[in-house]
Ligand binder design. Structure first.
Ligand code: 3PG
Length: 320
């Protein structure tokens, strides 16, 4: 039984599937040739990350498909409803990358609060005058300890973000339409743990009180943070978006950066991927990363193994 892992798959997952009798192809097939490749090779399971689009056209043109696996969380690149309607099983790995994404939120927060992204671009090859000037330019960094972090979206990732923030001595507010309150267990290295009860806040209150805001919601039809919400934020706020491009209005963000409402932003995802807007790419107060929230060795191993197990279970291939 053939599996196409079109956006790559960790080696332990490939090994597990191979041992279970699957033939795993890791050829990166271009979007336009995908349907044809699936038919020609009689692919039964198509595994993707966020790069490959699995739309109606691809699904219609690939009758051999029995399963679509998303190696990751967001399924906005897959027409899930249509696939299921056609009898194709669709699975993802919602929990496996939460820690990696949460840690990237803090990579952006800690980095941008100390201008690291811009300092990296501007460090002089030589010349102590320029070095001294940069020392002045980057001389007004911010500490995170004691500040308030507003987390919008309190699912698995939002909760991991909250735990790191609490460990750093930050105050945490969260807003989630589905979650009124929650208990967080903070585990320490020595096995001890402490529980915290958190009450959700109305969005307006979170916007007005937060020194930093992290977006941790799934893809949405409308902006979660647009011009109206930015006008309600505390002056000098830092915003991090490691969720999805369309949840943050980038035009409103650049305006808010220009008028000083927002001091900095950290963006891992963009309204336009893989080619973000030039104003976003060139802005000195935006820390950038190319959609790598789940891209750690640990997360990809967990994702791959979880997906392999689901696939073996669902397609019930006899082991060789
Ligand atoms: O939804 C996800 O899992 C993340 O956005 C990561 O996407 P990726 O698998 O394309 O890196």
């Amino acid at each position: 039984m053939k599996v196409l892992a079109n956006d790559g798959l960790s080696q332990p997952a490939i090994d597990k599937l191979t041992q279970a009798g699957f033939e795993v192809l890791t050829t990166r097939v271009a979007q336009e040739q995908l349907s044809n490749f699936i038919i020609t090779n009689q692919i039964k399971a198509l595994l993707v990350r966020s790069a490959t689009q699995v739309d109606k056209k691809t699904i219609d043109a690939a009758p051999s498909l029995e399963l679509i696996g998303r190696a990751g969380v967001g399924m906005d690149n897959i027409d899930v409803a249509y696939a299921r309607q056609k009898g194709i099983q669709v699975v993802n790995t919602p929990a496996a990358s939460s820690i990696s994404v949460a840690e990237l939120v803090f990579a952006h927060l800690l980095g941008a609060a100390r201008f690291l992204h811009d300092a990296n671009r501007n460090m002089p090859l030589e010349g102590d005058q320029r070095f001294k000037q940069l020392k002045k330019d980057y001389g007004k960094g911010l500490e995170l300890k004691g500040k308030t972090l507003g987390i919008i979206g309190f699912g698995r990732i939002g909760k991991e973000v909250a735990k790191i923030a609490m460990g750093m001595g930050m105050q945490v507010l969260f807003h989630d339409k589905e979650v009124a309150s929650d208990t967080l267990d903070l585990s320490f290295f020595d096995g001890q743990s402490v529980s915290f009860e958190l009450e959700g806040s109305p969005l307006e209150e979170l916007l007005g009180k937060s020194d930093f805001i992290s977006l941790n919601v799934p893809a949405t039809q409308n902006y979660v943070l647009g011009q109206t919400e930015m006008a309600q934020m505390k002056k000098g706020v830092g915003i991090v978006n490691c969720a999805r491009g369309g949840v943050l209005d980038e035009v409103a963000l650049v305006d808010a950066l220009e008028n000083g409402i927002v001091a900095f932003a950290g963006l891992d995802v963009f309204e336009s991927e893989p080619q973000p807007e030039i104003r976003i790419l060139m802005h000195p107060n935006i820390s950038l990363s190319p959609h790598i929230g789940g891209a750690t060795i640990e997360a990809q191993e967990r994702i791959g193994l979880e997906l392999a197990e689901r696939l073996i279970d669902l397609l019930k291939t006899p082991t060789v």
